[in-house]
Design a protein. Structure first.
Length: 449
């Protein structure tokens, strides 16, 4: 049982940085791409129904961002602590934190589902559903909210497995859930003719299957040993979860708010505008998934090495990931520019949707090269426990800059302001992240001296 633990420690603290990150990153990248592909495929299947259903899934995505925020809060909050404790060879503390994080995630997910179902009409209006989109949004969310405990716990388990160096096990759990969902989508939507309700039940069943697989892996893992029993939350663990998880809660929570505000702003120009912006979000996330997966490969190395006092190795890993991620997104932006209309039409081939989506996509292509530095800065600060700086960077892209811009730009430029809002927010976020990151590295290197 100790052999995989020793292998992970040696790999993350002594192997060449590039090789260690690649070995951790490829399962994380594949996991992120699988999740993103499932989201895109789900949107494609729903897009074959009608524009209102496509828009409804886009509106519901804001609620799913809240669920993800909770899962990532407990997953990153416990996972960052777990990796640092394993780096310092304190396995018992890592196991206690793992159990506490999963139980808290399950309980919070259950609470979110109950509250969401009890306030469903009000929630749909809050998320930006127009009168024509209200009914399909309630249909979709009414089923998906039943899966919130499994969704939050799955994200927590996935991150805990990843932070202790078992990225392949985390990948398998996610791929099982996504695979089940992809198989059931066409069967329930078209063969059984359940329409949007079928898409919702496919999501529910897929999330449940993924949770069962991840629970199985975490229960048998020597660094986690998850058990379904009450685990008291010690004050020290709560503090660590807040320090490590609050940037994720901030980032994902603001993503939910920003999607809702984006839906409201786009809704002023019709359902086609909401659908077009929703499609662009799915396309962008598919390519961002590679960068996020690369960063997730960096986080275990960062946590282990920071816990072991290997600060130069942390810095080298950060630089490697930023270089690779930037080159990747620059190439993607150059290839995607002439194909923007075709990319959007794959999801919903309607003139209004394609016009809005293609314009918004080209605006975002301009800012894609800045994304890796912003993402990696946030992950680095979060993993080393620099809570204030991590929260500041996490709030920038979807909150600090996006929310004022999504109010002001449409007043100034109309629909064009909605389309370009995210790109301008990314530019401002990069300008903020650069000095914050440099300051954090200087502080870390002083610890070495």
């Amino acid at each position: 049982m100790n052999h995989p633990q020793a292998d992970n420690y040696m790999l993350l603290t002594q192997a060449p940085v590039g090789r260690a990150i690649r070995q951790m990153a490829w399962p994380a990248v594949l996991t992120m791409l699988t999740t993103s592909f499932y989201n895109m495929a789900d949107t494609c299947f729903v897009g074959r129904i009608d524009t209102q259903s496509t828009a409804a899934v886009g509106v519901a995505y804001a609620a799913m961002c809240v669920v993800q925020a909770v899962g990532f809060f407990f997953g990153h909050g416990s996972g960052n602590y777990i990796s640092r404790q394993l780096g310092a060879r304190r396995t018992d503390k890592a196991q206690r934190m793992a159990r506490a994080g999963v139980m808290a995630s399950l309980a919070t997910g259950l609470l979110l589902g109950v509250v969401g179902l009890a306030t469903l009409p009000w929630l749909c209006r809050l998320l930006g559903a127009t009168p024509t989109v209200m009914a399909p949004t309630m249909t979709y969310l009414g089923v998906v909210l039943l899966a919130t405990p499994m969704m939050t716990a799955s994200m927590t388990l996935n991150n805990q497995l990843r932070f202790c160096g078992s990225a392949r096990l985390a990948m398998r759990g996610v791929m099982v859930g996504a695979g089940v969902n992809l198989v059931l989508d066409p069967l329930l939507i078209f063969v059984l003719d359940w329409g949007l309700t079928g898409a919702a039940w496919a999501t529910f069943i897929g999330q449940t299957a993924g949770f069962a697989m991840l629970w199985h892996y975490a229960r048998r893992h020597p660094d986690l040993q998850i058990r379904l029993r009450f685990t008291p939350l010690a004050r020290a663990y709560i503090i660590e979860m807040v320090r490590g998880g609050s940037p994720s809660l901030m980032r994902q929570g603001l993503a939910s708010v920003s999607v809702a505000w984006l839906n409201v702003a786009a809704g002023a120009y019709g359902d086609a505008a909401i659908a077009g912006m929703s499609v662009v979000g799915r396309i962008s996330f598919f390519l961002y998934a590679v960068v996020v997966g690369l960063g997730q490969g960096f986080q275990p190395l960062c946590g282990f090495c920071y816990g072991a006092g290997l600060y130069r190795r942390v810095k080298a890993g950060f630089a490697y990931c930023v270089r690779v991620g930037t080159v990747f997104l620059v190439c993607c932006a150059l290839l995607s520019w002439p194909l923007a209309e075709q990319a959007v039409a794959l999801f919903r081939d309607e003139a209004g949707v394609v016009a809005v989506g293609a314009s918004a996509l080209r605006w975002q292509l301009l800012a894609w090269p800045l994304i890796p530095f912003i993402v990696l800065t946030n992950m680095y600060l979060q993993t080393i426990g620099s809570a204030f700086r991590a929260n500041l960077v996490a709030a920038a892209r979807n909150g600090l800059f996006f929310l004022p811009l999504i109010v002001w730009l449409p007043m100034l430029w109309g629909l064009r302001g909605v389309e370009c809002c995210q790109a301008l927010s990314d530019l401002c976020s990069f300008a903020l992240a650069l000095p914050v990151c440099l300051g954090a590295f200087r502080a870390m290197m002083r610890l070495e001296r």
